[in-house]
Design a protein around this ligand. Structure first.
Ligand code: ADP
Length: 621
């Protein structure tokens, strides 16, 4: 140690790391025991990485061919050590992995903890910051590591405040030893029985042996975990708790799995798969960096958990394991791309998962709707890309709607269509209340013609791709001309009175066309308004109004498209204006009508004070 201090370096943590450490160390989180799960999981990853490397570099394992994890504890010395003979870390690895956080997930994690105020940091592993959880129980952590391909080894030490030190220090064997100096308030973890139960609770199916040794006794070290890959076992020998623990281990979700899908595929390609549908929505589901959660094994040897091709991104919430003997053990990660075997497996597991979801939807509607609420928006992304699963996906869709309080599938919709209806009507807007209160919906509700509420942002996108369900086209009711006068319950016969006002209404439309010609493309008499006087709609060929808003929100440049103004010829205000046109200032009254249409559409007026002035003028006249 003495002469090593010469090259001791003092370094500061990246600001985000300090923030996180502060949060972790001071959290009142009750399940502090998860620190051990996190450290064991890191050790197991390090062993898997080395085993993978050894496939291409034959002699790299040297003498110690058995990869294992050893945990030592001493009450007297107040320490816990976690040691593995995995791949190890170089000096630079220590700095990069333990001193900085490359992932943007961390800030999100910090924010989510702060906003929840619950101190629930059990999801820490989802954000790739598991190592820092050791500061929940330790005041100082030392990491002594030797990378398998380096001769030198290094010691990293930090008290989890702002700084850490690194120095070169001899370590005989490759791998990593993490030593925790246990804090006074965490001494319960120095009890070896307690550690034993934590290991079997969280880490039973880690595929490397985990040994525990109490340094204060003469007892021999003891192997704690079961270790055999669960997915290779016979289904009938697996208990529900085993499945759950394995799920928690691989996914870093801590709920009960909603469904466990364990199967053996035999045929052209053989593989075993153990997949899960989660109950709850993982926090990072919509994080753009989130990839699928499938680990790929070849005959028990871990190959990668970064095979994008094995599961479609729109099933990225499905964690699990796929093990196939039909992939060569020597496959490189690059070779996994455009690989026909992987393609076949992808097809197989995707179909299997979709079938299971479909079964859930037919057998247990309530459970399915909860599931749909959590994952529907992700699954819909599958309709936006080209693939073979559209039919299955379409049958899973569920929508809130104008027709009933129950959510509706597309088949339900078709069943409830009115006579002669040829299109599936929808209204897309992420604000459900806006849809419910919008003038566009009025006539549909009155005539009992169902309208689907498309409330996920992704709806606008898949609708561009999937234009039809069965023989019925999807039709936005906020775009173009929607003529439903011949559908559903007929409105009272108003022809007589209509005739009388027709001429005057025509005068009003001509006037509006003239006065507003720079702002709108056309003025028409509406066939769908009931209560509201006016309505703005996108032109048939133009972009859907909500699509345009969505793109603006994402700062996308959109052509400013002119809208069509529809007026309700039966609305008392419109009638009154048209009958007294000459008593009004034409410019002002036209502008008021347009402003009102904008307000109803949820737009912000560019000149609200002029609207107020015009309105006031009208009143005091
Ligand atoms: P995560 O494991 O989710 O990536 P951690 O904060 O737990 O996040 O660890 C950060 C990184 O440090 C790991 O990705 C890994 O590269 C490295 N690391 C941690 N523990 C070990 C270990 N025992 N052996 C080798 N590398 C490790």
């Amino acid at each position: 140690m003495e002469n090593s201090t010469r090259n001791k370096e003092n370094l500061t943590f990246q600001a985000e790391v300090s923030k996180l450490l502060d949060l972790v160390a001071n959290s009142l989180y009750s399940e502090r025991e998860i620190f051990l799960r996190e450290l064991i999981s890191n050790s197991a990853d390090a062993c898997e990485k080395l085993r993978y490397l050894a496939l291409s570099k034959k002699n790299i394992l040297g003498e110690s061919k058995i990869l294992e994890i050893k945990i030592k504890v001493s009450k007297k010395r107040k320490i816990i050590e976690i040691e593995d003979n995995g791949i190890g870390m170089s000096r630079q690895d220590l700095i990069d992995n333990l001193g900085t956080i490359a992932r943007s997930g961390t800030n999100k994690f910090i924010e989510s903890i702060k906003s929840k105020k619950t101190n629930d940091i059990s999801a820490i592993g989802q954000f790739g910051v598991g190592f820092y959880s050791s500061y929940m129980v330790a005041d100082t952590v030392a990491v002594h590591s030797k990378n398998v391909e380096n001769d030198s080894s290094h010691l990293w030490i930090s008290n989890g405040k702002d700084n850490y030190t690194i120095e070169e220090l001899k370590k005989e064997d490759r791998g990593t030893k993490i030593s925790l100096n246990i804090k006074k308030d965490s001494e319960e973890f120095l009890d070896s029985m307690r550690l034993r139960s934590i290991i079997s609770k969280y880490s039973n199916y880690i595929p490397f042996p985990i040994y525990l040794k109490d340094l204060d006794t003469k007892d021999k070290e003891e192997k704690i975990n079961e270790g055999n890959p669960l997915w290779l076992k016979d289904k009938k020998d697996i208990k529900k708790e085993d499945y759950k623990q394995f799920y928690n281990n691989i996914s870093f979700n801590f709920d009960e799995p909603l469904k466990t899908i364990h199967f053996n595929a035999e045929g052209v390609i053989n593989y075993k798969a153990l997949l899960y549908l989660p109950t709850n929505q993982p926090m990072d589901l919509f994080n753009s960096e989130r990839k699928n959660k499938i680990k790929l094994y070849v005959q028990k040897v871990f190959i990668t958990d970064e095979c994008d091709e094995i599961m479609p991104n729109w099933l990225r919430f499905v964690p699990g394991v796929v093990d196939s003997q039909d992939i060569s053990l020597n496959i490189s990660r690059e070779m996994l791309q455009n690989n026909p075997v992987i393609d076949k497996i992808k097809k197989g597991i995707t179909n299997k998962v979709l079938n299971e979801i479909n079964t859930l939807s037919t057998k247990d509607n309530k459970k399915f709707l909860d599931f749909w609420k959590n994952f529907g928006a992700v699954i819909k992304e599958g309709l936006y890309e080209f693939n073979d699963h559209h039919e299955k996906l379409l049958s899973l869709l569920r929508f809130e709607n104008s027709y009933s309080n129950n959510s509706m599938s597309l088949d339900d919709y078709v069943k409830n269509m009115t006579k002669d209806q040829k299109e599936i009507y929808y209204f897309a807007n992420t604000d459900k209340e806006h849809i419910k209160n919008s003038p566009q919906l009025e006539a549909f509700v009155e005539k009992k013609i169902p309208v689907l509420f498309m409330t996920d942002a992704v709806d606008e996108f898949w609708l561009q791709n999937i234009r039809k369900y069965k023989e019925f086209e999807f039709k936005s009711i906020s775009k173009g001309k929607v003529d439903i006068s011949n559908l559903g319950i007929k409105q009272k016969d108003k022809k007589e009175s209509n005739k009388k006002i027709n001429n005057k209404i025509n005068d009003l439309t001509s006037l509006l066309k003239k006065e507003l010609k720079d702002k709108i493309s056309d003025v028409i008499i509406s066939g769908r308004l009931v209560k509201s006087p006016v309505l703005l709609v996108a032109e048939e060929s133009g972009m859907d109004i909500n699509m345009e808003k969505l793109m603006k929100m994402h700062n996308q440049k959109t052509p400013e498209s002119k809208k069509v103004l529809e007026i309700n010829a039966e609305h008392p205000m419109i009638i009154k204006i048209s009958e007294n046109l000459n008593n009004f200032d034409h410019k002002k009254v036209s502008q008021i009508i347009l402003d009102q249409a904008n307000i109803l559409d949820g737009n912000i007026l560019s000149n609200p004070s002029s609207y107020m002035e015009n309105l006031t003028d009208l009143f005091i006249k």
